[in-house]
Design a protein around this ligand. Structure first.
Ligand code: ATP
Length: 284
């Protein structure tokens, strides 16, 4: 059985001061986008994990493999399995690729090992803050540590041009730097600069922008250059460095993405109403 795992963009991300557990509560407007990894899972004589596409750890630290193991520990019929991951979502970019893989693997493995959906869903928060959102997908307000989700009506009528600058930002390092900087607020994008459907969300903010800029000052050049090139506000997803802007049509977003040079990756993406997708008929 196979699945596509969709990336997420944080259209807005407010960060709160860490609580007694040291974790940062957040408030994020999250959106699944059609930049995808591809996963295949089958029963096998012995465990196997194969990777293609972009490079990520091919061992038991991989979030997809960790999701498979979590299902097997909880499932009534744990058996050997072969998992194949074809990685297309840029890594450590703020696009939640590892979380998307974990969510899609939870879906596939729970079907393969007969774990009910309630048991599957309970495993998601333990795998990462973005995993519950990637499992639910679409458009949602994320609160708490990502485990409190309010599904919102699907967004549409816009495309994103997404650019991943040629460096990585580790999420944990960005939150540590945010603490060191005293918990700054990020730049705000006002409703008048947003697609009509997003104007009620005014303003969109990412509080991790100052931390990301402090960690990699070069990000500021990317922000300024894209703003100039595209003639509009540019936002950052998650802890970065993925940057994006809104466009009214697919061809505009495609042209905007294609006009950028020197990036690790660029893509025109549309919002999708789910976090994963299986070819019709492969799961019942
Ligand atoms: P987020 O926005 O959720 O913080 P991200 O997009 O910044 O995530 P990921 O691409 O999920 O970051 O990768 C974060 C780290 O997780 C990387 O350092 C990577 O080595 C590790 N990792 C483990 N499994 C995976 C996976 N299946 N895909 C991508 N990264 C993985």
């Amino acid at each position: 059985m196979e699945a596509e795992a969709f990336a997420k963009a944080n259209l807005s991300l407010r960060v709160r001061a860490p609580d007694s557990s040291g974790r940062h509560p957040l408030l994020s407007l999250a959106q699944s986008i059609d930049w995808a990894d591809h996963l295949m899972l089958e029963r096998a004589a012995a465990d196997a994990f194969t990777l293609s596409g972009l490079t990520v750890p091919a061992d038991d630290t991989n979030l997809a493999w960790r999701a498979l193991e979590a299902v097997r520990r909880a499932a009534p019929r744990p058996l050997p399995a072969a998992l194949a991951l074809d990685k297309g979502i840029p890594v450590a970019a703020g696009l939640g690729g590892g979380s998307a893989d974990a969510a899609a693997t939870l879906v596939l493995a729970s079907r393969l090992f007969c774990l009910p959906d309630a048991g599957r869903d309970a495993l998601a928060p333990g795998l990462g803050a973005d995993v519950p959102f990637c499992l639910q997908g679409g458009t949602a307000l994320m609160e708490g540590y990502g485990e409190r989700l309010t599904a919102l009506p699907p967004l549409g009528g816009f495309w994103l041009a997404v650019v991943v600058p040629p460096f990585e930002i580790a999420t944990a390092a960005a939150y540590r730097r945010w603490d060191d900087l005293g918990g700054p607020q990020g730049p705000a994008v006002a409703g008048r600069d947003l697609p009509p459907i997003l104007r009620p969300e005014d303003p969109l903010v990412n509080d991790l922008v100052p931390a990301a800029l402090s960690l990699v000052p070069e990000l500021g050049d990317w922000l300024a250059d894209l703003q100039r090139l595209w003639g509009r506000e540019v936002l950052m997803s998650g802890s970065g460095p993925a940057l994006f802007a809104f466009f009214a049509a697919a061809n505009e977003a495609e042209e905007a993405a294609a006009a950028v040079s020197g990036a690790r990756a660029t893509q025109a993406c549309r919002p999708v109403p789910r976090g994963w997708q299986v070819p019709s008929g492969t799961l019942t």
